[in-house]
Design a protein. Structure first.
Length: 115
């Protein structure tokens, strides 16, 4: 089992920045990929960014150039640095960990960007 706990969500004005963190515990040595997803009200959950164990990254087109994902394998954490935030970035942000056997999700952290 892997447990994921997100933190860092907040209310911020458009153009501002936030830093989301996700800490993994349990059998976290099995984690291959970690990522951030988000879900806005009335919309499907979507990929924001993901990072492999060797730090290969993937970003949604909507966040490229504004968001940066990083990972500390020794500390089992993944961080999403979000800059130049827009109102359309408002959503619950979820951390995801992918292992050989299954995927794990955190409970989410709310990000609200006011215009």
């Amino acid at each position: 089992q892997v447990q994921l706990v997100e933190s860092g969500g907040d209310l911020v004005q458009a153009g501002g920045s936030l830093r989301l963190s996700c800490a993994a515990s349990g059998r976290s040595f099995n984690i291959n990929v970690m990522g951030w997803y988000r879900q806005a009200p009335g919309k499907q959950r979507e990929l924001v960014a993901m990072i492999t164990r060797d730090s290969t990254t993937t970003y949604a087109d909507s966040v490229k150039g504004r968001f940066a994902i990083s990972r500390d394998n020794a500390k089992n954490t993944v961080v999403l640095q979000m800059n130049s935030l827009k109102p359309e970035d408002t959503a619950v942000y979820y951390c995801k960990a992918i292992t050989i056997l299954r995927d794990y999700w955190g409970r989410g952290t709310q990000v609200t960007v006011s215009s």
